[in-house]
Design a protein around this ligand. Structure first.
Ligand SMILES: [Zn+2]
Length: 81
């Protein structure tokens, strides 16, 4: 756990982080999954993104589901799931 208060500056470039959406690509050994519409904090300047642990857990579960289905490539919309 990170106990620091909400950081509003990007540690990479000092730009401002804003609530936004990002696309995460997960590439396990067995395939490639693209997760779209992921809520994240996105740096206005360099575009770096940060996702919450809860969101990361959700993505992990989606990838696990895809693995069980033996799907090798999938584009998943996080909002719709
Ligand atoms: Zn930045």
């Amino acid at each position: 756990m990170n106990d620091s208060p909400t950081i509003t500056c990007c540690p990479l470039c000092g730009g401002e982080k804003r609530e936004g959406k990002t696309t995460i690509t997960v590439e396990p050994a067995y395939g490639q999954f693209v997760i779209r519409d992921v809520p994240a904090k996105v740096c206005e300047l360099c575009g770096a993104d940060w996702i919450d642990d809860a969101v990361a857990d959700k993505i992990e579960r989606l990838v696990e589901d895809a693995r069980i289905k033996q799907s090798q490539m999938e584009v998943i919309n996080l909002k719709a799931s």
